[in-house]
Design a protein around this ligand. Structure first.
Ligand code: FE2
Length: 324
């Protein structure tokens, strides 16, 4: 089976092609706002403008034509309404114009599925950290359950908001990671509630201290503190579930210091740790294509009238979305 996946939940328009689990191409274009959050309308315009070019690149790299594709998979949510709608409209157009089957994919599930596939760690505990999401998940009886999560903002959102407040030109986790590499530790509020995380107090104090301390010290301490919080909650979930495998996925999973902290924790606890290559932790089309392929085998194609954005699509309701 050859599956083409379209990702458009936030600032990245990604199109990837997967054949029976093998990634043939994974092209993307990311909207980069200058020192502001993602404005939905601008992200949607960006995706509409670059979609046919990214599609051409993805097909070209895979050495395929539209006629070779069996399934069009699209990211159905969670995400921002306007950019999500552009990706879905594109997927529906391609499917109806070319007579292809279509399927909607939960974005969070896609990060997990491609990470399980590429690391070879099946049935793990999952730490999913991205801009809008921070969750600890486990699969039981073929359903995903959220054991713990952020009670306010996502960890990536914490970094982006802090980056913007200290005037970073392109406030992005990777830029903050560079700044943090030169920093020293300053104490910041630490807030873990069972397996849940709270970041807003940490953000407020970091913003306050950034006015009187070196920016690199606060950037370093912000990352160090929030990653330690994520590690503590994850370790609690590992002991509770007795899982011996841990996967970290999502945009923030690319952070090398986070990976180092999780690896150290897993080594001490006798747990195998895995993380997919960066390309698949960013928002990307190949993970949507791969997850689409897996879900198609389980549920079959989606009816066209069900192909609508679900902006608050939680992984726990996947069965209901397919079952109706
Ligand atoms: Fe993501």
């Amino acid at each position: 089976m050859i599956s083409l996946g379209i990702e458009s939940t936030a600032h990245t328009l990604g199109i990837g092609i997967v054949k029976d689990g093998k990634v043939l191409s994974n092209e993307m274009d990311t909207f980069k706002p200058a020192n502001e959050g993602i404005l939905p309308r601008k992200a949607a315009d960006h995706h509409a403008e670059c979609m046919s070019r990214v599609l051409g690149l993805a097909l070209g790299k895979a050495k395929l034509k539209m006629k070779d594709i069996d399934l069009i998979a699209f990211s159905q949510g969670p995400g921002i309404g306007a950019p999500l709608a552009v990706g879905i409209a594109g997927a529906k157009y391609l499917a109806s114009r070319n007579g292809k089957k279509i399927i909607g994919v939960n974005h969070c599930y896609a990060h997990i599925a491609i990470s399980e596939h590429l690391t070879g760690l099946h049935d793990p505990l999952v730490l999913y950290l991205s801009g809008g999401n921070s969750q600890i998940l486990v699969r039981q009886d073929d359903r995903w359950h959220v054991l713990g999560e952020t009670l306010d903002i996502g960890i990536g959102n914490l970094f982006d908001t802090f980056g913007r407040s200290i005037g970073m030109k392109y406030a992005h986790g990777a830029e903050l990671e560079k700044l943090a590499s030169k920093g020293k530790y300053v104490e910041l509020p630490y807030s873990v509630k069972g397996m849940n995380l709270v970041f807003s107090g940490l953000l407020t104090q970091a913003q306050k201290l950034a006015k009187t301390h070196k920016k690199e010290d606060i950037a370093f301490s912000l990352m160090e503190t929030s990653f330690a919080m994520a590690c503590e909650a994850t370790e609690r979930a590992l002991f509770l579930t007795r899982k011996k495998k841990l996967i970290c996925c999502g945009g923030v999973a690319q952070n090398k210091r986070l990976q180092q902290m999780l690896r150290t924790m897993c080594d001490e606890d006798g747990v195998q740790f895995g993380v997919a290559p960066n390309e698949f932790n960013r928002d990307n089309g190949a993970m949507i294509a791969y997850a689409g392929e897996v879900l198609f085998k389980k549920y079959g194609a989606m009816r066209m009238e069900k192909c609508i954005p679900i902006t608050n699509y939680r992984i726990e309701i996947m069965d209901e979305v397919f079952g109706e």
